[in-house]
Design a binder for this molecule. Structure first.
Ligand code: ADP
Length: 493
């Protein structure tokens, strides 16, 4: 049952509202003390009033008990004075008084019903032994009190403990007094407390409602601001500094927004760059073709020359598209990694062998320094791409008679590939941008040597897929060093 209630509450929309929860908590916390106080005060009043009434009656009974002994009432009930006293007590407390002698026989009943009858009740017998009793019956609204009728006898000679008197119980006075007046007072008190409680209930209800509305308002403001942003009314960062909590939510939202905006900007820039890069060779092809068409009698040599240029442009277009495809492929997901254990020394040697003809053409010397044998868990194709791009750049952006030094090293966690050239270098202010897509320090020079501006972007993305890092250091006019650091195993890091 309890489980079902919890489940119901969890699923119910109302209970999931912070406003409702806060309201209930405030309301209960406001009302609980009032309810407990009313119950406590009434209970306290009842026990106190019953105590006072009991003590009053006991005192009266003790006085009358003394008179009973003095007038020997237990043997002779003719004393009118005592009779009147008993009657007065009975009337005063709206009760009944019974005088019972040592033989448990009722000698006087103010109701006149039980006279002559024998009473064997636990209380009476206990009282006969010397102790009075009190019992309160809140249901039937009466207090039953017994008081012993004690006669003090003077002893002919003092007893062992030095006293010369002795108390003997001659009978019992049994009284039941009504507590109607106490209950009536309690009813009045209860009614007054209830009225006050009702007023408090209305006040606390209104106060809780007001407080909840005020307290939750900042959260509503956050929602409104986000909605406004969603609907496009605003695009400035949201600010709701009322609570630390709203500030945290808003900060998180703002940084998410900034990230999305940056992503959107970079996507737009990428699309613009792609269109531009793809358009350039096409424009060249069109210009070349148009100029040929414009000369109907163009010599065959010119045709050949122009066609060679057109082929070059098409090759360039093809290169850009291939690079773009490689980049997009790598952007997709890590799942496309085709990892195997690869000997990097061998792989680097193969790549350098492949690139040496280009190096020779550029009069650049390429050397490999294998500081140790390195085998690592990598994607061989992507690793080849990384090495090829870096070494190709080192050759492309080198000077006549320049040098390229590729070194391979490892510690127990990572392997490092360093490609160091003695080329033109990269200006310090541009070094942060070289990994961006389509970024080229010198656009025309890069174009001349067949660069697309995508090589380093592809390289970096491949390194990141290996959970590695890439760093570039350069001194303009002296040379550049690229350092790639990759974990030896996939489980590492
Ligand atoms: P690209 O296809 O133009 O070579 P990359 O992404 O490979 O594109 O390189 C981006 C730019 O970084 C290059 O245009 C070049 O200006 C610069 N760069 C890259 N490698 C080197 C290097 N080893 N020495 C000097 N500049 C370099």
């Amino acid at each position: 049952m309890a489980k079902r209630i919890i489940l119901f509450l969890k699923n119910s929309r109302i209970w999931r509202s912070l406003k409702v929860r806060l309201f209930i908590i405030m309301f209960l916390m406001g009302m609980a003390p009032a309810v407990f106080m009313r119950a406590g005060i009434l209970e306290n009043y009842e026990s106190r009033a019953v105590d006072v009434r009991t003590q009053d009656v006991q005192t009266q009974l003790r006085i009358i008990a003394n008179h009973l002994i003095t007038y020997n009432y237990l043997q002779d009930t003719s004393s009118e004075g005592i009779g009147a006293e008993l009657e007065q007590l009975s009337n005063l407390y709206n009760g009944r008084v019974l005088v019972i002698n040592a033989g448990l026989k009722v000698v006087k009943d103010t109701y006149g019903i039980s006279e002559g009858k024998t009473i064997i009740s636990e209380e009476v017998i206990r009282c006969m032994k010397g102790g009075g009793t009190v019992s309160y019956d809140p249901v039937n609204r009466f207090i039953e009190i017994t008081v012993p009728i004690v006669e003090t006898l003077t002893l002919p000679e003092p007893s062992e403990d030095g006293t010369d008197t002795k108390e003997v119980v001659r009978g019992v006075m049994l009284t039941s007094v009504s507590t109607d007046s106490i209950v009536n007072t309690m009813d009045v008190l209860n009614r007054k407390a209830l009225i006050m409680e009702s007023i408090m209930l209305i006040c606390i209800f209104a106060l809780a409602l007001l407080l909840v509305r005020v307290m939750v308002r900042p959260f509503d403001r956050v929602t409104t601001a986000i909605n406004e942003m969603k609907e496009g009314y605003r695009d400035d960062p949201i600010s709701v500094p009322d609570y630390l909590e709203t500030e945290h939510i808003v900060d998180a939202f703002n940084s998410l927004l900034a990230r999305m905006k940056a992503l959107d900007d970079s996507r737009q820039e990428f699309v613009a760059n792609v269109s531009h890069e793809l358009k350039t060779p096409i424009t060249s092809v069109k210009v070349l073709a148009d100029s040929l068409l414009a000369q109907p009698d163009a010599p065959a040599e010119l045709y050949k020359e122009f066609m060679a240029d057109i082929a070059e442009e098409i090759e360039r277009e093809d290169k850009i598209i291939n690079d773009l495809l490689a980049l997009v492929k790598q952007d997709k997901s890590v799942a496309e990694m085709n990892v195997s254990v690869v000997n990097l020394n061998t792989l680097t040697e193969i790549i350098l062998k492949r690139l040496r003809p280009i190096a020779r053409k550029n009069n650049v010397e390429v050397t490999l320094i294998s500081r140790r044998q390195v085998t690592a868990e990598v994607d061989e194709v992507k690793m080849s791409l990384i090495l090829t791009n870096l070494v190709e750049n080192a050759i492309k952006y080198n000077r006549e008679q320049g040098k390229v030094e590729v070194s391979l090293d490892a510690d127990h966690q990572f392997f490092t590939v360093q490609v160091k050239d003695t080329g033109i270098g990269i200006p310090q202010e541009n070094i942060g941008q070289i990994f961006e897509r389509f970024y080229r320090v010198d656009k025309s020079h890069s174009r001349e040597i067949g660069g697309t501006g995508l090589g380093l972007a592809i390289t970096r993305s491949a390194v990141l897929l290996h959970r590695g890092s890439i760093r570039a250091e350069s001194v303009e006019g002296e040379g550049t060093t690229f350092t790639v650091k990759i974990p030896l195993t996939r489980t590492l890091v």
